[in-house]
Structure formats: C-alpha cells, structure tokens
Write a new protein. Structure first.
Length: 294
C-alpha cells in the first residue's frame, strides 16, 4: 500500500486533548463548558452517536446534558425545550440529533437554536458566516474536521483541484465553501459532483484532493483516481459481512484496497473522518463557552 494513512484517531486525540486543556482553563475561572445533546425517538444509530458525543463531552470535562424525548414528541414541545436550553447559562452548545420524527420539521428546529449555541453549525446565520469567510461563527463538524485532517497531514491545499462528491448541507456544501476560501488551508479550485453529474470519473480523475461523501459503498474505484491524489472518505455505510460477529461492518464510499495503491494519502473507514467529527464538536463547544467571557 504506497498511500500514507491519514490517522483520524490520532489527530482527533490531539484536538480533544487541546479542548480538555481549554476547558480546564475556563473551569479555573469558574466556567464549565456545557453541551446539551437532544435526541427524539429511539433510532439505534442516533442512540450510538448521541452516547458517543455525550461521553466525549464528559471526557473533555464539560457539563453534559443528554436529553432523550419520546418518538411522539410534538414540534411545539421540542421547540420549547430548545428555548429553555437557549436561555440556560450552564449550556453553551446545543445539538439536536437528526433525523427527527416526521411530525417535526428539522429546519424549524435548527432555526430555533441560538446561533451562538449552534455548535453543529447548521443555523443559516452560521452557514452564511462560513460562506462569506467570517470567522466568528461555527463550522459544521465533519467538513471542519476534514480541513484539520488535511492540515495536520501536511497537505498543501492552495492552488489544488479539490473535487467533492456530494452536496448535502452537512458535508458536501460546507466542504466546498471551506475549500474555496482565501486562506492557507484552502484556496482550492473546487468542483462539486452529485447524481446529475454526467461524467463523474472525468471529474474525479482531475482531483488533487478527492473528498467523497455520497453514502454509496465503494463508489470510488482506483480507475477514478489520479495517481498521487489525496483521498478523503467520508462514507459510513453499514454493509453485510458474515465473517464478523455482528454480521455487518462499516464500509466507506471508497474502494480502499485498490485506491490506496495509487493515492498518496488516504483516510481509512473507520478511523478517518469519523473521530474528527466528534472532536470538532467538542472544539466548537469549548469555543462557544470561551466566547461568553470575551
Ligand atoms: P446525503 O445527504 O445522502 O448526500 C449524499 C450526496 O451524494 C448527495 O448530494 C447525492 O447527490 C450524492 N450522491 C449519491 N450518490 C451519488 C452518485 N452515484 N454519484 C454522484 N453523487 C452521488 O449524505 P450525507 O449526509 O452528506 O453523508 C454522506 C456519507 O457520509 C454517508 O455515508 C454518511 O453516513 C457519511 N457521514 C459520515 C460522517 C462522519 O462523521 N464520518 C458525518 C456525516 C456523514 P444528489 O444531491 O444529487 O442526491
């Protein structure tokens, strides 16, 4: 495997150690960062994600509030919970786990969170700040984590062609907005591909940096990658695997075995982008707390 592995676990560990240090400093001044994680219903995947986020918050020394509401919670009830968290001085970051049950409109909920506590970075105020390059908002955790992965693994981004597969509001679009900014960790020429892209391979073959967030197992194969490219695999697809105890395993959007033979650097799944998402959530939360004392 000639490609160098980008170790998301190791980089995330560094970020979380820095966050814990900053939380300790705040605590010395009498302020403990607080993160509220709200989950509605009993989606098993959401339960795993919210438990991991609350655990990471505790490990960072935060006050951690894990609010689990029944699946038949009304939109009005959830909004009043958000209002209460918005005005709770112990809470600096609020995260409402998606997806929500069908009676609740996710956009209404996202817009109700105080932008200063929107540590997921999904509120339109924060999305707008990110797009115009203002630095006092919050950046969505997964693309923010990918930018840190690139920086920490020594990838020089200015002038590079960055191709992103996927245009979701949580990964693809913010990733494009970040990589096109005028700064040393960006300055890329960005292309965004989606299901209506006519010749996907023609675009991916031109990428110096290829970021794949399609949610389709092994959609990117070696013939689609330029030799020496940096490949970031965001995909987390649960696929059947009778050889494992659970009968399933996580599979990225990239065919790791073949692509790692020609890429210069590549993220594994698991252990690449995933750990960074939680680390960046902690970083956003400690920053939200720091901003209340500045
Ligand atoms: P999403 O909302 O389903 O968006 C997928 C995007 O990929 C869409 O824009 C879609 O195009 C595009 N796409 C799908 N199939 C394609 C194809 N064959 N060719 C070109 N484009 C294609 O997914 P998401 O929320 O962004 O997540 C993407 C993946 O990342 C999922 O596997 C998710 O689990 C994973 N994820 C991981 C983390 C982490 O922390 N590791 C965080 C977030 C997401 P259209 O817009 O045309 O439909």
């Amino acid at each position: 495997m000639p490609a160098e592995l980008i170790d998301g676990r190791a980089i995330a560990k560094k970020i979380r150690a820095d966050v814990a240090e900053r939380a300790k400093k705040l605590a010395q001044g009498g302020l403990r960062p607080g993160l509220a994680v709200v989950m509605v219903g009993d989606n098993p995947a959401s339960a795993v994600y919210t438990a991991a986020k609350s655990k990471a918050a505790e490990e960072a020394g935060f006050y951690s509030l894990n609010l689990r509401l029944p699946a038949d919670t009304s939109e009005a009830d959830l909004l009043s919970r958000v209002d209460a968290l918005n005005s709770d001085p112990k809470i600096h970051g609020i995260l409402v786990q998606m997806p929500l049950p069908k009676q609740i409109d996710p956009d209404t909920v996202i817009r109700r969170i105080d932008p200063k506590k929107d540590v997921d970075g999904f509120h339109p105020v924060n999305v707008g700040k990110m797009l115009i390059g203002e630095r006092d908002g919050f950046i969505p955790c997964t693309p923010a984590g990918i930018q840190v992965l690139l920086k920490e693994s020594g990838v020089k981004t200015p002038g590079k062609d960055c191709v992103i597969i996927g245009r979701s509001n949580i990964v693809g679009k913010p990733m494009a907005a970040l990589m096109m900014q005028d700064n040393e960790n960006a300055n890329c020429t960005v292309t965004v591909c989606h299901r209506r892209t006519v010749d996907l391979k023609a675009h991916t073959r031109a990428a110096d940096i290829l970021i794949v967030a399609a949610g389709r197992p092994r959609i990117v194969t070696a013939d689609m990658v330029k030799p020496g490219a940096v490949v970031i695999d965001v995909g987390t697809n649960r696929v059947n695997d009778p050889s494992t105890k659970s009968g399933t395993r996580l599979q990225g959007d990239v065919d790791f075995e073949s692509v790692s033979e020609i890429a210069s650097k590549i993220t594994p799944v698991p252990g690449g982008v995933g750990p960074m998402t939680i680390a960046m959530l902690m970083a956003n939360t400690v920053r939200a707390a720091e901003m209340t004392v500045r």
